[in-house]
Design a protein around this ligand. Structure first.
Ligand SMILES: C[S@@+](CC[C@H](N)C(=O)[O-])C[C@H]1O[C@@H](n2cnc3c(N)ncnc32)[C@H](O)[C@@H]1O
Length: 219
């Protein structure tokens, strides 16, 4: 756990904030659009897990009437997020919540929509994290949790630039979106007994869509 947290220290948060505002900037409105088009959920409560500088939370709030809770365990990420939310004029619609996905500090059946981009690849115990996600999702709620760049054009151009900047990123990204990793997450969801889920694996990325069928936690 400590090793993972170190990646999101002051320097890591500064780097993420910088890239989110530059190279990655076009992906967040695209991903937000994909989410809204897919589910048609435009009001209620949305939680963005591992929200980082809050770029996706901001894009979703800007394109809907959702109230967004931006949860992250890194104070440094929240410092950047707080500035970005204020700059976007969305302080009244996005609430920062310090917390860990393994122990989400929210009541059962809280969220209409749970989103997360680029965070689950860092979670230590995905069984526990997805149990928590299921618990805080409302009946009839949906999740869109995973990683990606929104569409094929953005994925191809941004991946090429990321590899140019850091050749190691190619292998990191390949592993995250590999069929083996998709199969690993599918097995986790089956093992914890999630009754209804889909996995999107294509140009828009690798995303886990859970449709909650009952109230409360998994048995
Ligand atoms: C690569 S960044 C992605 C940030 C943002 N979602 C984006 O796409 O711009 C991963 C984020 O997940 C957060 N994170 C990782 N593990 C977490 C955990 N167990 N609980 C809460 N946040 C976590 C990190 O602090 C970091 O902000």
């Amino acid at each position: 756990m400590a090793e993972n947290r170190k990646k999101f220290d002051k320097k890591g948060a500064g780097n993420m904030d910088e890239i989110a505002k530059t190279l990655f900037a076009p992906i967040y409105p695209m991903i937000a659009q994909n989410i809204i088009d897919r589910f048609g959920i435009t009001e209620g409560i949305c939680i963005d897990l591992g929200s980082g500088p809050a770029s996706l939370a901001i894009a979703v709030a800007a394109q809907s009437d959702l109230e967004v809770i931006a949860l992250d365990f890194s104070d440094h990420m929240h410092e950047a997020a707080s500035r970005n939310i204020a700059d976007a004029g969305l302080s009244g619609r996005i609430r920062l919540l310090r917390g860990d996905v393994h122990d989400i500090p929210l009541a059962d059946d809280t969220a209409d929509l749970i989103i997360s981009r680029g965070s689950m690849f860092f979670w230590d115990d995905v069984h526990r994290a997805f149990r928590e996600i299921y618990r805080v999702l409302k009946p009839d709620g949906r999740t869109y949790i995973g990683g990606g760049f929104g569409n094929r054009e953005l994925r191809d151009s941004i991946s090429a630039e990321m590899i140019r900047r850091n050749p190691d990123w190619k292998e990191f990204n390949r592993k995250n979106i590999s069929p083996e990793n998709v199969a690993r997450f599918r097995t986790v969801l089956e093992e914890i007994g999630v009754p209804s889920f889909d996995i999107i694996h294509g140009d828009e990325g690798f995303w886990i869509v859970i449709a909650k069928t009952t109230g409360g936690a998994l048995p």
